[in-house]
Design a protein around this ligand. Structure first.
Ligand SMILES: Nc1ncnc2c1ncn2[C@@H]1O[C@H](COP(=O)(O)OP(=O)(O)OP(=O)(O)O)[C@@H](O)[C@H]1O
Ligand code: SF4
Ligand SMILES: [Mg+2]
Length: 344
């Protein structure tokens, strides 16, 4: 099903959660956390997935890994449709697909030593025996791989800084030799001063081990320098997906343009000229998404058609997909206030 250079293919994936009756004035229904998204992740690349809080990024990552059972749609990993696998078949494939979490404090068991945390997946998956020399050697190797002293095996998570704990989490995720890792906001809980170190480590590991990443983040500035391609998500849907440079130099979706206008520019002269466009209001609830284009309630360019008709994905440029009635090569979908910058 997947082409050779594609590792993961997501087809019309949906994940709806039942709406708690106590919330939303007792209304019942469904939270459309992920609502019909399709994209592919190529071998060895980092695909950034960006959008505001609650837009469905984590649910997407979890539904791809089948940690949330999708409501509908397919997820191909190499040639296997993960959504059709039995629990046992999934368990056998699980080592190849791992997740790194946002919070290195919450994701490590405080009562377990570093050695136990890092080696545990190998024991659970019966790759190595508990207490064996082989396991000890592998744990030491993994700690070295993430830049930590192997003598730390007997220490506990509270003895380490946030950055070191995230390294421990990464070592654990690597223990079973995965080829695909969902990185869910891996640095957003860390001190700004150490964020770059963890990002550099992840990039080095990608090169060294040929890893493929889905990198989830709130804002474009985090994924800007490390993603090969970027997908922008809003209210359960992908709004735009393009190569990193195309997305920054020529964002076609008004939502991407707004997010992009918030990213500081490294050159002081350009930064002084940077124009911002701040969207009004908050995103609507995914339990009650707007009709037509789900972005129409906040879009500065919305026309009558946007309220009634949901736009289809189009590719105004090769490999640059956008979901907007106005998006084409004429620049109709550019926010006037951002004018020159978006047209750059
Ligand atoms: N287990 C669940 N049960 C019910 N609703 C859920 C569940 N998990 C997520 N949701 C809802 O689905 C929507 C998407 O949540 P999700 O956590 O995927 O967003 P996110 O983009 O990762 O947000 P954040 O940036 O804050 O991490 C939200 O409205 C959330 O409340
Ligand atoms: S389809 Fe309409 S509402 Fe949606 S982004 Fe495009 S112009 Fe805005
Ligand atoms: Mg999340």
């Amino acid at each position: 099903m997947t082409e050779n250079n594609v590792l993961v293919q997501v087809l019309c994936l949906r994940k709806y959660f039942p709406l708690g009756g106590g919330l939303f004035g007792g209304k019942t229904g469904l939270v459309k956390a992920v609502d019909g998204i399709s994209f592919e992740i190529r071998r060895g690349e980092t695909l950034g997935l960006v959008g505001e809080s609650g837009c469905g990024k984590s649910t997407t990552g979890r539904a791809i890994l089948q940690l949330h059972k999708p409501t509908s749609g397919q997820v191909f990993f190499e040639d296997t449709d993960l959504t059709r696998l039995s629990a046992e078949e999934l368990r056998r494939l699980r080592p190849k697909m791992q997740m790194i979490f946002q919070d290195p404090y919450a994701s490590l068991n405080p009562r377990h030593s570093v050695g136990k945390i890092v080696g545990e997946p190998l024991v659970i998956h019966k790759v190595m025996r508990k207490g064996s020399q082989e396991l000890e050697d592998r744990v030491a190797e993994l700690l070295e791989l993430v830049g930590m002293d192997p003598s730390y095996v007997r220490r506990f998570p509270h003895e380490f800084s946030g950055g070191q704990r995230q390294r421990i989490g990464i070592a654990r995720a690597l223990s079973l030799n995965p080829s695909f890792i969902v990185c869910d906001e891996p640095i957003s809980a860390l001190d700004v001063s150490i964020q770059a170190q963890v990002v550099n480590l992840m990039q080095d590991l990608q090169q060294q081990l040929g890893l493929t990443y889905l990198l989830i983040a709130h804002d474009l500035s985090m994924v800007k320098h490390v993603s090969h391609r970027i997908a922008v998500m809003y209210l359960g849907k992908i709004m735009e997906l393009a190569d990193r440079n195309a997305l920054f130099d020529n964002p076609l979706h008004p939502y991407t343009q707004s997010l992009n206008s918030a990213v500081p520019l490294p050159v002081p002269r350009l930064e002084r000229q940077r124009r911002r466009f701040i969207l009004k209001g908050d995103p609507p609830s995914p339990a009650f998404p707007p009709s037509g284009c789900v972005f129409h309630t906040r879009c500065p360019l919305a026309i009558e058609k946007c309220v009634a008709v949901e736009p289809e994905p189009s590719d105004p440029y090769p490999g640059h997909t956008v979901v907007c009635h106005l998006a084409d090569q004429s620049g109709r979908s550019k926010i006037p206030e951002l004018g020159g910058r978006a047209e750059k």
